[in-house]
Design a protein around this ligand. Structure first.
Ligand code: DO4
Ligand code: MG
Length: 294
């Protein structure tokens, strides 16, 4: 895995995190620089990291928990796919129809259509990393986190790695009118990614990631859900290919792949709730929800 942390002068340091939790500071400034360098050398990113470690990359002498982790990369853009799991389709139908689950909607249509739903979710400036606050909108009273697997993509559409992401969402704004989707999805600090990027070449089967979401209120577990990327309706390369149709993407773009865990319909996030999103082989992304202070 690859992480970034802040050094004592608050500058970002790129580091490799081994499965037995050893950490090595890498000379590259960020993940995509490492990927480009590996391309130029004709080796894989993992092979380049192994070479750096063999040639003396500095071991970081403190445990992971005591580092100030940053977003694992400055994703220039974060896009998101929607209604890619049955659970998301059913939750959206509930919002849009006031609970009349037998009514067919555009969510049913998009779930079955050839073209997936893909929307613009965030920019680097709106995206936070592990341990940072995500914001709650002041004009919504039905807000949830959406735990999602994120694909880290290179400019040519190659999947470099996988991370965890939170597509914070306002169910009331989206349910009122689908044209309000951008407002239901994008505001200050409405997206988080991290804590690490698992290099794609180290993943045998990306349809076997286990995803868990836990929400703590006043230190007590209030909501818990689990799912697997095996339940995804689409293929990851299919989502990437639609994102790239007649579109330029930048190195390090993140594509969130949709949520498969939705809290109960009577749940809304409150100021101070701590959200944990755990994805197997990636790690735990933890953020606290905070009301926006103008
Ligand atoms: O249709 C709206 C958004 C869907 C979404 O974000 C998801 O399924 O994760
Ligand atoms: Mg989503």
């Amino acid at each position: 895995r690859v992480i970034r942390f802040a050094d004592e002068t608050s500058l970002p340091v790129l580091a490799a995190l081994t499965d037995d939790n050893r950490i090595y500071a890498l000379p590259q400034r960020d993940l995509m620089e490492l990927v480009r360098e590996a391309e130029e050398l004709g080796v894989s990113p993992l092979a380049l990291i192994e070479k750096e470690i063999a040639e003396g990359a500095a071991p970081v002498g403190v445990p992971l928990e005591s580092l100030t982790l940053l977003t694992p990369l400055d994703a220039p853009e974060v896009w998101a796919a929607g209604v890619t799991y049955e659970r998301s389709r059913d939750a959206r139908n509930y919002e849009a129809t006031g609970g009349k689950l037998d009514v067919a909607t555009f969510y049913d249509k998009v779930y079955d259509a050839e073209r997936p739903e893909i929307f613009f979710k965030s920019t680097a400036a709106r995206t936070v990393g592990p341990g940072q606050d995500v914001c709650l909108r002041s004009d919504s009273s039905w807000q949830i986190p959406e735990p999602e697997l994120g694909l880290v993509i290179g400019r040519n559409g190659n999947i470099v790695g996988y991370t965890a992401g939170n597509d914070m969402s306002c169910r009331d704004i989206e349910g009122e009118n689908p044209l309000y989707l951008p407002q239901a999805k994008m505001w200050r600090r409405s997206c988080s990614i991290g804590p690490a990027v698992r290099l794609a070449e180290t993943v045998a089967d990306p349809y076997r990631f286990q995803i868990a979401c836990r929400i703590y209120r006043n230190g007590e577990l209030a909501v818990e859900g689990t799912a697997s990327t095996g339940q995804l309706k689409r293929r990851f390369d299919e989502l990437v290919s639609f994102l790239r149709r007649d579109n330029d993407i930048f190195d390090g773009t993140v594509l969130l792949t949709g949520t498969c865990i939705v809290p109960p319909n009577d749940f809304t996030l409150q100021d101070g709730d701590r959200i944990e999103i755990e994805i197997s082989d990636i790690g735990v992304l933890s953020n606290t929800a905070r009301k926006l202070v103008p």
